[in-house]
Design a protein around this ligand. Structure first.
Ligand code: FAD
Length: 452
């Protein structure tokens, strides 16, 4: 008998029996509810804020609209009002999730508004009602901005991503805390719109999870856009008086009109009732390749999205959702595989990566070879700086990771993602045609720099 077939407790007066409860409706939750609903299951999707989650309302979509506006600004046509309009009217519908709810309901799901909490295996309480899930509960509660415990920061009107996507006026100056993808992207946006921008991070370099060669390219690009980088310095203290922040970083005190905290994310696992099903909350939820939460007493609990720690990206959340639904429907795989997770930082130049970095491959004990190169003829023609780095498992003769920093790097990455995903032999890749003079043609040069 599978978990999905296990008998559920009989419902009491304030209990409603359904097939599946989706708790938290980010991108993955929406996909689970939609696919399970389409398959004929009785699905309840519980959301305390906006159906659709962080990506469409506070994350990917508004930030990419800002980036698109910043590109035009760099070309001499800054129009912040246009960016504000597109975010408000076209993307977020003034932060209303009507279209998302409609889509979900069209697929047969039912939205329940409110904060949900597990109250035992397969049981989720929302207000006075307990939903009892015959097949299971799928958690997709996501993350919120992490706020570092910096002296003086709490109580100041600092921004996080949730505030910055809704601003109508640009400040004269901003300090951005965090040199990861979000901090780097938004710093470039501000600088390109003429805001005096300083990015600070305790790490010695930008994008600490990516290849150092790519971080160097990005650092040069941000500096060229006018972003001042203060790296390798701890944020010591923050204060706010007379409409200005004072930010002490190492031995220096920076002054700015605004402060944006983009210093990582906190898993929203607190007060979720995970203790009622025996699941620890001290880190990402451990899931198996069916997306079942391995520690859950009596099974019946799946998790998708950022809370699984497999890559905090919309596409990972959606990928996992499809896998979890297969399992809920009793289908036979394919199950989750994270060998070729892709990620892109949408700065200009973009930084795109798939699979393992060199360091990760070495830590995994692989027989590693790496090769790097520039963007080849197209880079020279376009006067575009960039780098490509390939990480090979020489024993297996395949690529296990790749990074591209350069124009349209996210698109160039597609080819490399196929190679890593399908474990295409490097020998085969070397026999391909690479159109001249494309950016992806640089792959050929770098492939030949690997041992052969
Ligand atoms: C500024 C920014 C830019 C980003 N850009 C990109 C990008 O370009 N590409 C990309 O792939 N990813 C990007 N991301 C990451 C992306 O937004 C997330 O990975 C994505 O939203 C998937 O998250 P999720 O599925 O885990 O759930 P989330 O989107 O975090 O949604 C979780 C939902 O659960 C709800 N919830 C939580 N607890 C409860 C509860 N107890 N009861 C009821 N509801 C609850 C929340 O209200 C929320 O709506 C970006 C993130 C940020 C912040």
């Amino acid at each position: 008998m599978t978990d999905a077939d296990a008998p559920a407790p009989s419902p009491a007066a304030d209990e409603v029996e359904v097939d599946v409860v989706v708790l938290g409706v980010g991108p993955g939750g929406e996909t689970v509810a939609g696919l399970a609903g389409k398959a004929g299951l009785d699905v309840v999707a519980v959301e305390e804020n906006l159906v659709g989650g962080e990506c469409p309302f506070y994350g990917c979509v508004p930030s990419k609209l800002m980036i698109s506006g910043a590109r035009h600004a760099a070309e001499g046509a800054p129009d912040w009002a246009h960016v504000v309009r597109r975010i408000r009217e076209d993307a977020t519908h003034d932060w209303s999730d009507g279209p998302f709810v409609e889509r979900l309901e069209k697929h047969g799901g039912r939205v329940v508004r409110g904060r949900g909490r597990l109250v035992g295996p397969r049981r989720v309480r929302v207000g006075e009602t307990t939903y009892v899930a015959r097949r299971g509960v799928v958690l997709n509660v996501g993350t919120r901005p992490a706020v570092p415990p910096v002296d003086g920061l709490a109580g100041t009107p600092y921004w996080t991503n949730r505030d910055v996507v809704a601003i109508t006026d640009l400040p004269a100056s901003v300090v951005v805390v965090g040199g990861g993808p979000i901090g780097a992207e938004l710093s470039q946006v501000f600088a390109r719109f003429g805001v005096t921008t300083t990015l600070v991070d305790v790490a010695e370099r930008l994008l600490p999870k990516d290849e150092p060669e790519a971080a160097t390219v990005l650092g040069d690009a941000l500096a060229a856009d006018g972003v001042r980088l203060v790296l390798g310095q701890a944020l010591e203290r923050v204060s706010y008086t007379d409409g200005h922040f004072s930010v002490t970083v190492g031995a220096e005190t920076l002054t700015s009109e605004k402060l944006l905290v983009a210093a990582g994310r906190t898993l929203q696992l607190d007060d979720l009732g995970l203790e009622t099903v025996g699941v620890p909350t001290d880190g990402p939820l451990e899931v198996d390749d069916h997306l079942r939460v391995t520690a859950a007493a009596d099974g019946g609990l799946w998790a998708v999205g950022d809370i699984t720690g497999k890559g905090a990206f919309t596409h990972v959340s959606n990928y996992q959702a499809r896998v979890a639904v297969r399992d809920l429907l009793g289908e036979d795989g394919p199950w989750a595989d994270y060998r070729a997770v892709t990620r892109v930082t949408y700065t200009e130049p973009e930084v795109a990566a798939v699979g393992l970095t060199e360091q990760q491959a070495r830590d995994a004990g692989l027989d590693v070879a790496v090769a790097t190169g520039d963007l080849g003829a197209r880079g020279w023609l376009d006067e575009a700086a960039g780098v490509m780095k390939l990480v090979a498992d020489t024993e297996a003769g395949v690529l296990v990771g790749a990074t591209v920093a350069g124009p349209t790097a996210g698109e160039v990455l597609g080819l490399l993602a196929v190679a890593v995903h399908a474990r295409t032999p490097i020998e085969v890749l070397r026999t391909m045609h690479f159109a001249y003079p494309t950016y992806h043609r640089a792959i050929e040069t770098v492939l030949w720099r690997l041992p052969h």
